[in-house]
Ligand binder design. Structure first.
Ligand SMILES: Nc1ncnc2c1ncn2[C@@H]1O[C@H](COP(=O)(O)OP(=O)(O)OP(=O)(O)O)[C@@H](O)[C@H]1O
Ligand SMILES: [Mg+2]
Length: 383
């Protein structure tokens, strides 16, 4: 058979890898954002410095412009009144004007370079700021996506787990049905079928005996009657085990009482049934659910608990029907129940839960060595 089962562990691995990859990307984008933040800080301080230098150089240029203007005016004066000045004065005026002009030109060039550098820094800072803004946005978007993804993956995982559990439960139900059929067939074969074939033979003998020894024949028939009665009882037991018909015939509480009586006789465990309010239930599925949960709980108590006392409390109120089953046995570690991966392991508790949930109910189980085991089922009234 092709195995179409979803391997939960494999899915888990894939999903966890996906989350890890997205988390890595978030980490990388965060690093980009961080290095952009450092770059912005450094550009910002360079720009501040450059602005200060530019301001200073602009002031220097203003001063040099003034000097240059003065030297030009001095040269103009000397040129206008050339006769009044000696050659040395004229040369000196030219030299000063020329020097002022050169100084001014150099400073102006410096100023121009600085303004250009400052503008470049402003552009770089604004670009880095944009990248930082985007990286910051992306980091938080990835954070949100990751949260969403993790949540979804968790949901998906839960759904898969649920699905897997339901599949296992389905398979076990089929196997249990098969076992049940085999058991019933065996019981009929070993019990009533054997008895009937035996009776047939003895009936034939009795028929022949009728003519020979009527008294003996009558005695034989009386015996056969007793055997037939016994067989009838066996058949009723088989039918009862298949479906507790008494539930519909005599009602839930008498059926539970009947079951408890035979349980106590067989196990010597004392069971007390307390019905806190008038529990009249018409819904036959609800009756069967309560009966089966009590039956499975008592089976578990018989098999695993080593308890001596059991208390079953049934209460119906405005909200619904509450069933509590408590034993004083050795208890067990409930947290290990979910870890059952082995398909051969028991499914009694799983099927009790499933039965309660089918009726929108709650099923809780508490257990440890001190308190024994407590099962609480609550089935709400239908809305
Ligand atoms: N009342 C209890 N006291 C102590 N241990 C319990 C009790 N009920 C259940 N357990 C523990 O819980 C396990 C699971 O119970 P569950 O009814 O699901 O399976 P099972 O009884 O082992 O098998 P199955 O019910 O399919 O025949 C049991 O194997 C047992 O260890
Ligand atoms: Mg069980």
């Amino acid at each position: 058979m092709i195995n179409k089962t979803i391997d939960i562990n494999m899915m888990d691995e894939i999903l966890n890898k996906t989350i890890a990859t997205v988390e890595d990307s978030k980490e990388e984008i965060f690093e980009i954002a961080e290095s952009m933040r450092t770059e912005c800080d450094s550009l910002q301080s360079q720009l501040e410095e450059m602005k200060k230098k530019t301001k200073d150089i602009m002031l220097e240029v203003v001063v040099l412009e003034k000097e240059e203007k003065q030297s030009r005016q001095s040269l103009l004066k000397v040129s206008k009144f050339i006769n009044k000045y000696c050659e040395e004065d004229i040369k000196e005026a030219y030299r000063k004007a020329n020097l002022a002009q050169v100084k001014l030109t150099i400073k102006q060039r410096e100023e121009c370079d600085m303004i250009k550098h400052r503008n470049d820094l402003e552009i770089r800072l604004s670009r880095a700021g944009e990248v930082l803004k985007k990286a910051d946005g992306l980091t938080s978007k990835i954070g949100v996506a990751l949260e969403y993804l993790t949540g979804n993956i968790q949901d998906m995982h839960n759904t898969l787990g649920d699905f897997q559990q339901k599949r296992i439960l389905g398979q076990r139900i089929l196997l249990a049905q098969e076992d049940e059929r085999k058991r019933v067939a065996r019981e009929i074969h070993d019990g009533p079928a054997q008895t009937l074939s035996n009776m047939l033979i003895r009936l034939e003998v009795s028929c022949k005996l009728m003519d020979i020894d009527a008294v003996k024949a009558k005695r034989e028939l009386e015996e056969l009657k007793t055997i037939a009665k016994g067989s009838m009882k066996d058949i009723r037991k088989i039918i009862y085990n298949l479906r507790p018909m008494s539930l519909d015939d005599v009602g839930l509480i008498p059926s539970i009482n009947r079951y408890i009586t035979s349980f106590q006789q067989e196990t010597k465990i004392c069971v007390e049934l307390i019905v806190l309010s008038q529990v009249e239930i018409d819904d036959s599925l609800l009756k069967l659910t309560i009966f089966r949960i009590i039956q499975e709980s008592l089976n578990n108590i018989r098999k695993h608990s080593r308890a001596t006392n059991v208390k079953i409390i049934l209460e119906k109120n405005n909200a619904g029907l509450a069933l509590n089953i408590r034993d004083d046995g050795i208890g067990f570690d409930v947290s290990l129940l979910g870890e059952q991966q082995n398909e051969d392991e028991g499914f009694g508790i799983l099927s009790m839960r499933e039965r309660a949930e089918l009726l929108n109910g709650d099923f809780t189980i508490l257990s440890n060595s001190k308190i024994g085991t407590k099962i609480r089922v609550f089935i709400p009234h239908k809305i």
